[in-house]
Design a binder for this molecule. Structure first.
Ligand code: CAA
Length: 281
């Protein structure tokens, strides 16, 4: 199957890696050539981890890399695509503009999936000339190893699109779970208030960073504490999602913690910026 992945950031490179590893022809598109080079480097490093851990062979690693072609031409990337997965910046206007461009570039029956973590699929579909082919495919970081894909059904998503996407996810050895199109879907409606609450508790001096994380790791068997997870996701992304929940439900229950807002203003975005609740080299 020909798959186009739009956006070569953390999620985009993980999605490209995952499809390519399953033998699909992947076009990885980004406007930024440096980002594309970085994505291929990251995919190589992650494939090496999988080889080292005995999860895949050296042969699969090489085939996976061969299955990925990088391009900064959207026309080249999307021509002949069976599926397009968009993983660009979480900005409604930018995503809408991309969906409008795709109207003239892809086939009538190409499935247009968004990896958005909170933006409404039904709203995005309004920018498309084929809203029945628009659906949410929400992957989780690190994509090669997280087995969930949250499938968001937009108001106009067709049965055919949904059924095809469910099969595609199963072919990736992942589990599709269906949700309706509400702010934050299920994953972030549940996860982000927990992270936000951990930040509020830190702000109020209830406990230190490490203590909060250890409590959730040892007491609740979470693989990462909420503050470490926030760093891993990106504090700007967390703030953005809290704002989507706050605006979408019009409830102060989802008001972002002051400390979260402050850290984002200071450019302390977590792992990607070198500093968040923890420091990274
Ligand atoms: N690619 C390939 N393999 C990877 C990888 C990657 N990007 N990252 C980790 N791995 C592999 C490691 O090589 C290791 O393999 P072996 O078992 O063969 O050694 C295995 O995964 C476990 O990794 P580590 O030993 O480095 O560390 P760990 O046991 O702490 O696991 C983790 C790391 C899987 C990230 C784990 O900490 C975890 O599950 N954390 C929570 C992740 C999470 O919640 N993700 C969702 C974030 S929310 C989101 O993405 C969506 C949103 O909308 C905000």
């Amino acid at each position: 199957m020909n798959v186009t992945v739009i956006g070569a950031g953390t999620m985009g490179n993980g999605i490209a890696h995952t499809f390519a590893q399953k033998g699909n022809n992947v076009f990885l598109y980004d406007t930024n050539e440096t980002q594309l080079a970085l994505a291929i480097k990251t995919i190589g490093i992650n494939l090496d981890r999988q080889v080292k851990g005995g999860k895949i062979s050296e042969h699969t690693k090489n085939e996976t890399l061969k299955n990925i072609q990088c391009t900064s031409s959207l026309a080249q990337a999307s021509e002949g695509a069976t599926l397009v997965v968009e993983a660009i910046v979480e900005n409604l206007e930018i995503k809408k503009s991309l969906f409008m461009q795709l109207n003239n570039l892809v086939r009538e029956d190409t499935i247009l999936a968004s990896n958005t973590s909170s933006i409404s699929i039904s709203t995005l579909a309004l920018a498309s000339s084929r809203p029945d082919c628009v659906i949410g495919m929400h992957f989780f970081n690190p994509v090669p190893i997280m087995t969930l894909v949250e499938i968001i059904i937009g108001k106009r998503t067709s049965e055919q699109t949904l059924s095809r996407v469910k099969s595609i996810v199963v072919e990736l050895d992942k589990t599709p779970i269906l949700v309706n199109d509400f702010p934050g879907f299920i994953s972030n409606r549940v996860l982000m208030p927990m992270i936000n609450e951990a930040i509020l508790a830190l702000e109020e001096g209830v406990a230190e960073v490490e203590a909060i994380d250890q409590i959730m790791k040892l007491g609740m068997a979470h693989p990462m504490g909420p503050l470490q997870l926030a760093d891993f996701i990106g504090l700007d992304v967390c703030l953005n999602i809290m704002n989507v929940l706050h605006d979408g439900f019009k409830s102060d229950k989802y008001l972002p913690a002051g400390l979260l807002v402050k850290m984002v203003e200071l450019g302390q975005l977590g792992k990607k910026s070198g500093k968040g609740f923890y420091s990274y080299n």
